[in-house]
Design a protein around this ligand. Structure first.
Ligand SMILES: NC(=O)C[C@H](N)C(=O)O
Length: 164
């Protein structure tokens, strides 16, 4: 299986900066590389773009993400994205009628602080893509994969929950 990972930043990639005392969004692939080292059956293409907390993303950033999806030759695409505005980027993907198997994933806790949640969410996206062949825009978070319109971040709980 061939998968393109478009790594756009978000909390998934945040890392403690000992100089400023802040959590910065890393613009490298250290977190994702750690996970994919356990996936010898998958041929990955990794693109690192934008590298922002998704609350800071501009319309141009979202256009750049759409363009990256459009130009990749792979049909299976995982987008690592901040949790707060997945709905905005997925809406643009819909408007642009991008026809691929696109799965957003993310984390509430940086991989650099605790690997469990980020690894779970990414693995869920990968498992889904290995079994699915239907085009669509999906979100893989907190134990389920669903159409992007049905899995919504509950900001009080800090969890993605299915909307029936
Ligand atoms: N958990 C997260 O990713 C939240 C962060 N504010 C973001 O949207 O990038």
């Amino acid at each position: 299986m061939k998968v393109t990972v478009i790594n756009t930043g978000g909390t998934f990639n945040k890392r403690y900066n000992p100089i400023t005392g802040q959590l910065d969004v890393a613009s490298d692939n250290i977190s994702i590389n750690k996970i994919i080292a356990s996936c010898p059956n998958v041929e990955f293409e990794i693109k690192n773009i934008v590298s922002k907390d998704s609350l800071d993303m501009t319309e141009e950033d979202r256009e750049e993400i759409c363009e990256a999806i459009k130009i990749t030759k792979n049909d299976k695409v995982i987008i690592i994205h901040g949790t707060d505005t997945i709905h905005l980027t997925s809406q643009l993907i819909k408007e642009k009628k991008l026809e691929k198997q696109i799965v957003f994933t993310a984390a509430m806790i940086p991989m650099s602080i605790d690997e469990m949640e980020a690894t779970m969410n990414f693995s869920l996206a990968l498992g889904f893509l290995s079994a699915n062949n239907k085009n669509g825009t999906y979100i893989a978070m907190h134990g389920v994969v669903a159409d992007y319109s049905k899995l919504i971040k509950n900001k009080e709980l800090g969890q993605f929950l299915i909307q029936e």
